[in-house]
Design a protein around this ligand. Structure first.
Ligand code: MN
Length: 474
């Protein structure tokens, strides 16, 4: 897969020359100490680099221009140590094209009653400096992130860390390329949308390729690569032959491994990091990719079924945000409506990402009632328990909307011996009824990304960066 940049964030401290050189030296020393301690805390996923004590419109503007053209810089963190007249920030802030975090903090977390004097008051003006600076960002409709609190507190550092993950995903979004093998499923509405607008807004390139182009890659995979991977998988997962002959189990599983290598090479050679398949168009393939798609999702590639390129791209984007932990393609399948048991059973025909497995996945081979192809091998497992968020995106013609609700993930109450796919159960936190009515009122689709790592604050931050409408269903 395409390698990500080694991202960093730049730290700019607001001040002015009014207070004299000695105060500015203290401003710089304190700002550097904050940066050093944030980096040393190990609580941030990316390094922070102290860049500047900003005192003039010119040095702010020059630094923001540097941020824009330096691909390593994912965003800017600003802190007002003193009062920093905000007219100085207008030009640079307007030019800034990357995520902006206003860290509204103070060097000390207390009022030093015994020693406080006018020098201290001149140096520590965050309380009103923040308001001057926040006004101009609001006036510019910057939609930037604001985090208030003492910089040394764990909660504040966690909030910065989460915002950094969003900012990196935002930067990476403009490099996301989705390949759709075949077009999308015939007649389906909610998975369709405006690809040109998606590229303008989110930077997503969405390319159609004929299944025949993939078949050429499938036929070119070497048998020894397949044999080695088969051996490797037999150690990682339980192989369950079930009703199949040993020959059929091995052949069908190895065919999925063949598809895995072919799709991976196809994507890597062309810079794609997400893909879709469609069971209606499998000409020249023996099986719908099941285990193959699951293996690729586990490695961090975005995926969605039935040509749903929006969910495939969203999946890749949210996997970047979540460092590819427990953030998966999902589909609402069937409901438990009994009082006290209300829940949604989520799954997909085959393609459920094993990063949410709570037991050891089993490789099984079973018929698939649609697609009219050979019985596909797939990973069968039980999903996990915990707090999660369920997210989708739809195109309403005049705009895209991102929506989500908070959910509680659970394991199914019982086995499903006649439904041999991976399964995840969840219930909207505000209740199934309220959640369902909220979701349906907005018109959210059945394909989603379920994440046990990211949260609604991050989805709101991401939407603010894109200028995208976000609905947190409550
Ligand atoms: Mn589907």
């Amino acid at each position: 897969m395409k390698k990500m940049e080694d991202y960093e964030f730049w730290f700019i401290t607001g001040s002015q020359s009014l207070y004299g050189e000695e105060t500015l030296r203290s401003v710089k020393k304190d700002a550097k100490e904050i940066v050093d301690k944030l980096n040393a805390s190990k609580s941030l996923p990316y390094p922070v680099k102290f860049k500047l004590v900003a005192t003039t419109a010119d040095n702010i503007t020059e630094t923001m221009k540097e941020v824009n053209y330096n691909d390593k810089v994912a965003g800017v963190i600003t802190w007002m140590h003193t009062f920093s007249p905000a007219k100085n920030w207008i030009r640079g802030t307007k030019l800034l094209q990357k995520p902006l975090l206003h860290l509204a903090t103070q060097f000390l977390n207390n009022i030093p009653y015994d020693t406080i004097d006018f020098d201290y008051m001149n140096l520590n003006q965050s309380a009103h400096g923040d308001r001057e600076y926040a006004f101009i960002n609001a006036r510019l409709r910057k939609n930037n992130k604001i985090i208030s609190g003492y910089w040394g507190d764990t909660e504040v550092q966690k909030q910065i860390a989460k915002w950094m993950d969003v900012a990196v995903a935002y930067n990476e979004s403009f490099g996301i390329k989705v390949v759709t093998f075949a077009d999308k499923m015939r007649n389906v509405a909610v998975t369709d949308g405006d690809k040109v607008e998606a590229q303008i807004k989110f930077g997503w390139t969405v390319d159609y390729w004929g299944v025949g182009d993939l078949v050429e890659e499938v036929n070119a995979v070497s048998d020894s690569d397949i044999d080695d991977k088969y051996e490797e998988l037999s150690k990682e997962y339980d192989f369950v032959e079930g009703q199949n002959s040993s020959e059929k189990f091995e052949h069908n599983t190895k065919y999925q491994i063949r598809e895995y290598f072919a799709i991976k090479k196809f994507m890597d050679d062309r810079g794609y990091t997400a893909f879709t398949t469609n069971f209606e168009d499998l000409v020249g393939l023996e099986q719908l990719p099941g285990l193959a798609a699951q293996m690729l999702m586990a490695e961090g590639y975005g995926f969605a079924g039935e040509g749903d390129w929006k969910t495939a791209a969203l999946g890749r984007l949210l996997k970047i945000m979540a460092h590819n932990k427990q953030t998966v393609f999902m589909e609402d399948y069937t409901l438990d409506l009994r009082k006290g048991h209300e829940a949604i059973l989520g799954s997909h025909m085959l393609e459920v990402d094993p990063t949410i497995a709570s037991d050891k996945p089993r490789v099984e081979v079973h018929p698939l009632d649609i697609g009219d192809k050979d019985d596909p091998a797939r990973l069968v497992f039980t999903g996990m328990e915990g707090d999660a968020v369920d997210v989708t995106m739809a195109d309403y013609g005049d705009e895209f909307k991102l929506m989500s609700y908070d959910v509680t993930g659970n394991k199914p109450e019982a086995d499903t011996p006649h439904l041999p796919v991976a399964k995840q159960l969840w219930t909207p936190k505000e209740g199934w009824k309220q959640g369902a009515e909220g979701w349906l009122t907005i018109g959210g689709g059945h394909h989603t990304v379920l994440s046990f790592v990211i949260d609604s604050e991050q989805l709101q931050d991401l939407s603010n960066m894109f200028g995208l409408t976000y609905v947190d269903i409550k």
